[in-house]
Write a protein that binds this ligand. Structure first.
Ligand code: C2E
Ligand code: MG
Ligand code: MG
Ligand code: MG
Length: 291
């Protein structure tokens, strides 16, 4: 099935992605159909951003929201990014789409701040092609200016594999973004077969431990040791940590015991529509005020 193939293609990284683009894009009509309708999705207003709260373990407060793109497809319903981001990436559509998400997310954060909600970071994912576009830094600066969002309320996420592909290039781009005051995050950490000793050459603020590790935390003691080591090392390098994909209370307990700062996962919240996310933030404020 096409969705499954696309999903695996993305999750297993570059080589398989390469494999998939040559095999599926030519042989699978679903790819071409989707690519065509994705072209119109932006104009037709079919794209929408969901927001998943990031929660501080110690305070239980929401410290950030990750912008996660969804496609309200007229026939297929709500389509997840694992299906269409690879198509957008392959066709180059990721550039206008990515810019749209970035702007939408910054506007939303500004709307929340203007409504008097506690300030939080908005995290936006950048795909490899987005990260390598020559105008990235310029685009980010422009969007921050237009939306008047203070740069430190924006956090850009690149995956570990994107970061290490050309470390010198990555360092130059991240430095320029850092100079602007934007925060930077390494996504899916642990899947890119790099090491923190290489990543520490980069101006990063936050490390997100990939959910595949979290899912094995309570069943594989070796994984628990690895996660503990990552947290300790990251801490000594002055990085913040976010554990992705926390679903079980036992996972949370373990992460708490090793002093991981933030968690993101279904145990707390699934990605929410802007409307629902706003409700959650308003309720949190009421709870804080009442206390
Ligand atoms: P990601 O950046 O690593 O985002 C986290 C993914 O994990 C999201 O999937 C989220 O819904 C899911 N997740 C969160 N908590 C849990 C949990 O407790 N259990 C499980 N099983 N999953 C959890 P989603 O929204 O399907 O996004 C998948 C990927 O698509 C993202 O991974 C990111 O790489 C990419 N993506 C999403 N939105 C954008 C975008 O606007 N631009 C770009 N370039 N990529 C995006
Ligand atoms: Mg992410
Ligand atoms: Mg991730
Ligand atoms: Mg991912």
């Amino acid at each position: 099935h096409a969705d499954t193939a696309l999903y695996y293609a993305k999750d297993e990284g570059r080589n398989n992605y390469q494999f998939y683009t040559t095999s599926l894009s030519t042989k699978n009509p679903e790819f071409l159909t989707l690519e065509k309708s994705l072209r119109y999705a932006l104009e037709r207003n079919e794209l929408t951003v969901y927001y998943q709260p990031r929660v501080n373990i110690a305070t239980n407060k929401i410290t950030g929201m990750e912008a996660l793109l969804r496609w309200k497809h007229p026939e297929m319903g709500l389509v997840g990014p694992s299906v269409f981001i690879p198509i957008a990436e392959e066709s180059g559509l990721i550039i206008p789409i990515g810019e749209w998400v970035l702007r939408a997310a910054c506007i939303q954060n500004q709307v929340w701040q203007q409504a008097g909600l506690p300030p939080l970071k908005i995290a936006v994912n950048l795909s490899p092609k987005q990260f390598r576009q020559p105008k990235l830094v310029e685009t980010v600066a422009e969007i921050l200016e237009q939306t008047r969002l203070e740069p430190h309320f924006l956090e850009l996420e690149i995956t570990e594999s994107t970061a290490i592909e050309d470390l010198e290039f990555t360092r130059t781009v991240l430095r320029n973004l850092e100079k602007m005051g934007v925060h930077l995050s390494i996504d899916d950490f642990g899947t890119g077969h790099s090491s923190l000793s290489r990543l520490q050459l980069l101006p990063i603020h936050n490390l997100k431990i990939d959910k595949s590790f979290i899912q094995q935390l309570t069943t594989d003691v070796r994984v628990a040791h690895i996660v503990k080591a990552i947290v300790t090392l990251a801490r000594s390098l002055g990085l913040r940590l976010t554990a992705e994909g926390v679903e079980k209370p036992e996972e949370l307990d373990f992460l708490k015991s090793i002093n991981c700062e933030d968690v993101q996962g279904f145990l707390f919240y699934k990605p929410l529509s802007a409307e629902k996310a706003t409700e959650v933030l308003q309720n949190q404020r009421i709870m804080t005020v009442q206390r």
